[in-house]
Design a binder for this molecule. Sequence first.
Ligand SMILES: [Zn+2]
Length: 316
Amino acid sequence: MTSMYRPLVHLQASVSSKKIHHGDRGCCRYCGTEDGRLFRQAAHLIPEALGNRWLFSVDECDLCNQQFSRYEDALASALGPLLTLGGVVGKGGRVRQTGRTAGSTVVSHDRVDGKRSLRIIARNDKDYRDRVTHDGEHIFFRTPLPETPFKPLFAYKALVKMALALMPTDELSDYCDMLQLLQNRDSSVASGSATVGLSFGSIGNAPSMVLASLLKRIDDTLLIPKFMVIVVVGSVCIQLFLWGDGYLQNGVAYGTPSLVFKAYFPNPGHQDFCIAYDHPHDLDWSSAVPQPQPLKEMVLKFHPGTTEGEFFPDWR
Ligand SMILES: [Zn+2]
């Protein structure tokens, strides 16, 4: 997959990083306004609610920023449970919490002696027995997650917004359909043409990090999407393809890039930290009808003899 694409733009930041301001000042890349009074707010390239405190777009005007916030809310609802489990610090410096506080199972993230700790609390004995199983070797602890509703089409638009933020401005003329999709809240895409790949990486005491990468097709004669976009927020890796104008209406489903992705970032005084993401799970986010967030439950697979364990998601 990667040999068909070359990296064009790569932005990455974590706790010790300085702020990165991407784009050319003076003109909004989404609506074209050059009105200087409309560039007062700092526009986050990746939503702040997903934990981004470092990457900003200087060519996204305040009006577009306001319009896109609805899309970003939908994306944050969709990814909420994955971010909780990854301990991502969102807007206001708070770690998201998942679960119904009045319900029987709650997943929460705390900081104890400077280290993150994940707590899964099952309040009901019967529920607890149903959720713990074993295969003779491993113990499985399943944590159901709440069916938080989100609007898939809006979440998809939030991803398109990030993808277009990375694109060289001379390429944008081939993405009028996508720009229109962002400007018109009601505009939709054909069913099956908004495929998104989600994958989950290791959780634990990894520093907060974000990454946005745009890769371009090397050979234009190949019938593959021109661009591929990878966005990483902590424990979540998102992948999508971008074709050009015309493809959006055709409603042809092309699937997602299925790259098994590893992100490296500096860990001062230690070896670079690496998060290896699992194989992407394909989701169709073309629907404007709200649906439950994509994660059914998280499963902890634990070996009582070696005390080794791993977390993996169970998709709806
Ligand atoms: Zn604008």
